[in-house]
Design a protein around this ligand. Structure first.
Ligand code: GLC
Length: 625
């Protein structure tokens, strides 16, 4: 899709509208509460410009129709305001419309990076946009254009690659897919390019996100905990690196972390989300130089910057009024204030009246917001076509997801060419994770953290294997304790689903229970295949020689039969690592990795000639190991 130059008529319309607005109406447009916090009538009373669903901010029942009904009610409330400015609803559709039961859930970005297929990502963007628009939502907080440097980071899987060029190419493809034939198209969905900037470059141990003495008073962490043993997770490293400080020099920031934003702006992106993290000790939400001088000035970003969830509160904890002034003056245009939105409105009104924030800054912020709404065509048509609901989770989208799953798999070991599997051989499949849709979807799936179990319609890996080989040839064991031998065993092990800092871990390894499961199957099978479902590489150096085959399957989403397609050779293995795979726990930060076990670009293709993908010249050719 060609770069979206903002139409002159939209800009003239916005100028006329802005001239009519009161200060309160302008501040209302800059306010984005979470849907569970908004009191009935407040969208109209306060002229709220946006509402979001946080991860798992679902209606009850959680159905596509109920989602559409919920979002439409908010939009209708906004059309009752004096100036009838339509509300823009935002969600985290980061791998499909992933909060919605019944939606297609695609592989997370780390898998799409391994697939390395920009056209596929564009098609995923388009399918996602249709499913999001079906629920009357026109804004998604995606793509993340993070370039992960430290695999201990719980958001590693939201990154496409450690190669900035690959991130730029795939993010551009997603943005083009979300936009379709143009931002004012009936199913165009506004992307949010995040998190600006260098969110993935923070130093382990530098995060101040969690104060162990305040665990019960932090409303956001209360949502995250959801019954998990939170202190145990903190002891494992949770919230040690996410939202921390990127202690890198400007040359590295510009060379590694800025290019994907330049590419996204070129692709027509009209929203950027600020990062919780800091750069050289200064919080990004207060970083005027980077938010305004670099992003809006040097890069010419014409859209609006949204804060992250309670992101401005971290600038000066305990002095909220100062947070508001510094964030807005730094270049934040809309504030994601999930809970206390009236406190934000009053604080900003007071700051403008006291001259601490200029009317010109307010006008600039509101102009940017309204321009994005005009570009989406919301003033002409604030609602999408309800008939789109028929396409949520449709066969065509699931087929695209199945294709993506197969292309995302990376074959890292294949001793004796045990793969592709013989569909006529008897097969033992072991491990609860082989038959767990929540485990294969990972975080940001139906709930913020995701979670094990049949959380949404889809096909598990086991169901895919049985569909391919026939139920009589595929024997399943939850724990690998069987009373006979098999020629081939496939063990599936998964990371426990997580999101954000809840997934920060000091060590990346399989659990003792998982290793014991693999050992039990090893003892009973002549050939052993291990399939890993994870948001990042784990250290398997010591175990790998004992496995005949090893497949990195990342977090494939709802269409698990894509794994069977590759294991049985219906589709060739073409995936290649988009991250270095470290050899030891001491090399989990890329800069520490002198000799990774596998490098970016490696991946086996049994029987096929070695291929060099033209995706990015900087990527090495396929590895031979
Ligand atoms: C979260 C994440 C951000 C997400 C936002 C809304 O804390 O940092 O990626 O888009 O809040 O859910």
């Amino acid at each position: 899709m060609p770069p979206q130059s903002l139409k002159p008529q939209d800009q003239q319309f916005v100028a006329r509208l802005l001239a009519q607005m009161t200060l309160d109406e302008k501040i209302g447009q800059m306010t984005q509460p979470e849907k569970n916090s908004v009191k009935p009538g407040d969208v109209t009373r306060l002229s709220l410009g946006s509402v979001l669903s946080g991860g798992g901010g679902n209606p009850d029942p959680n159905t596509p129709a109920a989602w559409r009904e919920m979002v439409t009610a908010f939009i209708e409330e906004s059309l009752q305001t004096r100036l009838k400015i339509p509300l823009l609803y935002g969600v985290d559709a980061v791998h499909g419309h992933n909060n919605v039961v019944g939606a297609t859930i695609f592989p997370h970005n780390i898998g799409l990076g391994a697939a390395g297929d920009a056209d596929l990502v564009r098609r995923i963007g388009r399918a996602t946009a249709v499913e999001v628009a079906a629920t009357n939502v026109r804004w998604t907080f995606a793509p993340a254009v993070s370039v992960p440097q430290d695999l201990r980071w719980g958001r590693t899987y939201e990154g496409y690659s450690q190669d900035p060029a690959a991130v730029s190419e795939l993010a551009t493809a997603l943005i083009e897919g979300l936009g379709g034939d143009g931002w004012d198209g009936p199913t165009a969905v506004l992307p949010s390019v995040k998190h600006f900037v260098a969110d993935a470059a923070t130093t382990w141990g530098s995060s101040k996100r969690v104060d162990r003495s305040a665990l019960t008073t932090d409303r956001t962490l209360a949502i995250a905990q959801m019954g998990q043993d939170f202190v145990e997770l903190l002891d494992l490293g949770a919230w040690q690196i996410d939202q921390g400080d990127a202690e890198i020099d400007e040359a590295t920031l510009r060379a590694v972390h800025l290019p994907p934003y330049r590419a996204a702006i070129e692709a027509g992106a009209l929203n950027v989300m600020a990062s919780y993290s800091a750069w050289q000790g200064l919080k990004m939400h207060a970083h005027r130089s980077l938010l305004t001088d670099v992003l809006k000035g040097e890069l010419g970003f014409p859209g609006f910057v949204v804060s992250d969830w309670e992101g401005i509160d971290q600038i000066h904890p305990g002095d909220y009024d100062r947070c508001v002034v510094e964030a807005i003056n730094a270049g934040i245009d809309m504030v994601m204030v999930p809970f206390d939105y009236e406190r934000f409105i009053a604080s900003l009104r007071r700051a403008v009246q006291a001259g601490e924030v200029s009317e010109a800054r307010i006008d600039d912020a509101v102009r940017r917001i309204l321009t994005a709404k005009a570009a989406l065509g919301l003033f002409r048509q604030p609602h999408t076509d309800p008939a789109l609901l028929d396409q949520v989770g449709c066969a065509a989208h699931r087929a695209t997801a199945r294709e993506a799953v197969a292309k995302s798999l990376v074959l890292l070991r294949n001793a004796g060419n045990v793969l592709p599997l013989d569909p006529h051989a008897e097969l033992l499949v072991a491990g609860a994770d082989a038959d767990d849709l929540g485990a294969q979807c990972g975080g940001w799936s139906i709930s913020w953290m995701g979670g094990r179990g049949p959380t949404t319609p889809g096909t598990t890996l086991l169901e895919g294997l049985r569909a391919e080989a026939g139920p009589d040839r595929v024997h399943f064991s939850l724990n690998g304790e069987v009373d006979r031998d098999y020629s081939v065993g496939v063990v599936v092990v998964a990371e426990e689903p997580y999101a954000e800092g809840m997934g920060d871990r000091a060590e990346l390894r399989l659990s003792d229970a998982q290793l014991a499961l693999i050992d039990r199957v090893r003892a009973r099978c002549a050939r052993l295949v291990v399939v890993l479902l994870s948001g990042r590489p784990l250290i398997v150096t010591g175990q790998l020689p004992d496995w005949d085959a090893f497949v990195a399957a990342w977090l494939p989403g709802t269409e698990g039969q894509g794994v069977a397609d590759a294991l049985f050779g219906r589709v060739p293995f073409t995936g290649r690592l988009s991250f270095d795979w470290p050899r030891s726990q001491e090399e989990l930060r890329r800069s520490q990795g002198t000799s990774p076990l596998f490098r970016i670009g490696e991946g086996l293709a049994p029987g096929a000639p070695l291929a060099v993908r033209s995706l990015s010249a900087s990527r090495p050719s396929r590895g031979s190991t």
